[in-house]
Design a protein around this ligand. Structure first.
Ligand SMILES: *Cc1c(COP(=O)(O)O)cnc(C)c1O
Length: 458
């Protein structure tokens, strides 16, 4: 018998991985290249330099370097809140009466309350190193903006955050946290950019969307000397930085003499999932192991399960490069009663390709079921999960219950990406039963697909 695994397992400081892992280096078939929207030619590093920091633009386009050494300054920062614990969900297992072994990697132990700090610190560091005078970004629920505000405060870089207007109004404390770290917050759409003004002219009462906030942030960055734009998800560079999650998890499991049969993560733009699964995907690509991988998305924003695998803009304002990904169309905005995060219209091109090629599965879950899982989890594991993370919890619970039926003692690993303290309006609507589920109709989706850009794919 192996000795009992502790509730919380931490790697030592020295065991924190010192390199990020780039899945593309092991993918036999590459994701389709990002295209310049004007020429429809693959984007070059030069195309990206006006928008992104130089080193980040290079990481974005690098599909051959397998491991990137993590710069010392970033490792130092990581040591302030990493390693994150790998937790054995003994109490959840008991409550479900399942033979499954459930592990989760908890990324909520920092002020941003999510995994987003892993990439924010990297992006702020490269900006500082390049001598940039400011950064812009967008934030939806606020975790990314908070993470970046923390990182920019540390490296002393001014930051402007375009915050999706409905979140700005619903989550005033998120706004205050970012302001505490010194960031300037602009509700989006705003009248400060052409993109914002155009969107307001078409739809003056809009609560905004991530895609629209991206357009504004990019416009502000390219039109301000010494500024660049940074993004908290979707991009290849972000998945690269987030690989720290999976690398730590795999190392910890190795020490515990475990290997997951099933890996589950929530998927908005795909960064936490891409990071969590990265080393396990490598095992799959190299034929060393074949864990099942499940992406969990909201039924109200089902880009993998119901989207098209097509070239699309990454933003509503149509100023970003085109990426081939599973998308609902960049004009798609989830129904206003959707409270659970993960609202982005597209999906990481790397994850889209892995899904397209059968390395990964996807399921869509309804938000009332997600909050049911969130409250159940909170009561047994004592962590109040972010609604986004609760998508993964929902599916982990469902899979553990299947194990109960079949009697299989599978090892399940899921990503608990963050905490939900700023999401109490959503919890409240679940608790007082005013929360509803909205699933877009095929007609809703067709309307958005009809506006996809026409780009020939081979
Ligand atoms: C942003 C966020 C997500 C979703 O983003 P991904 O890029 O898909 O990982 C999930 N969970 C939390 C807590 C978040 O803040």
């Amino acid at each position: 018998m192996s000795k009992k695994v502790p509730y919380r397992f931490y790697l030592s400081e020295e065991q924190i991985p010192k390199e990020w892992y780039n899945m593309r280096a092991d993918m036999k078939e590459q994701p389709d290249p990002m295209l310049n929207p004007t020429t429809l030619k693959p984007v070059t590093a030069e195309d990206l330099y006006p928008v992104f920091c130089t080193e980040l633009a290079e990481q974005e386009l690098d599909s051959t370097t397998r491991y990137f050494p993590i710069p010392d300054e970033i490792l130092e920062f990581y040591r302030m809140y990493r390693p994150s614990p790998l937790i054995r969900a003994y109490n959840l297992e008991k409550a479900l009466d399942t033979p499954a072994k459930i592990y989760y990697k908890f990324e909520g132990n920092n002020t941003s309350g999510s995994h987003k700090l892993n990439s924010a610190v990297a992006q702020a560091y490269y900006a500082k190193k390049q001598g940039l005078t400011g950064l812009t970004t967008e934030t939806g629920a606020g975790q990314w903006g908070t993470a970046l505000a923390e990182a920019c405060a540390f490296f002393k870089i001014p930051l402007t955050v375009y915050m999706v207007k409905c979140s700005y109004e619903q989550k005033p404390f998120r706004r205050s946290v970012m302001q505490t770290f010194g960031a300037e917050i602009v509700p989006s759409p705003s009248t400060t950019t052409n993109a914002g003004r155009a969107i307001l002219a078409e739809n003056p009462d809009t609560g905004g969307s991530l895609g629209c906030a991206i357009s504004e942030a990019v416009e502000k960055a390219v039109s301000t000397e010494g500024y660049r734009y940074v993004l908290g998800s979707v991009l290849n560079q972000v998945l690269l930085h987030q690989s720290i999650i999976g690398l730590e998890a795999r190392k910890a499991l190795e020490i515990l003499d475990e290997y997951p049969d099933l890996i589950i993560g929530c998927a908005g733009g795909g960064s936490n999932l891409g990071g969590l699964i990265a080393p396990f995907v490598q095992d799959k690509l190299l034929g060393k192991a074949s864990p099942r991988i499940i992406a969990v998305e909201p039924a109200s924003c089902p880009s993998l399960t119901r989207g098209r695998y097509a070239y699309d803009f990454c933003d509503t304002g149509k100023i970003t490069p085109l990426a081939r990904m599973y998308t609902l169309g960049c004009q798609f905005v989830p129904s206003p009663n959707h409270a659970g995060g993960l609202r982005y219209h597209g999906m990481s091109p790397i994850l889209s390709k892995l899904y397209h090629d059968g390395y990964m599965e996807a399921v869509a879950v309804e938000q009332t079921k997600v909050f049911e899982a969130a409250t159940f989890f909170a009561k047994h594991e004592t962590i109040l999960p972010a609604p986004e993370s609760a998508h993964a919890i929902r599916t982990a619970i469902d899979e553990a219950l299947k194990c109960k039926e079949s009697g299989e003692a599978k090892t399940i690993l899921f990503g608990l990406t963050g905490t939900g303290f700023f999401d109490m309006t959503a919890y409240e609507s679940y608790l007082n039963k005013t929360m509803t589920d909205y699933i877009p109709t095929d007609e809703d989706l067709e309307r958005a697909f009809a506006r996809l850009p026409e780009v020939p794919t081979v």
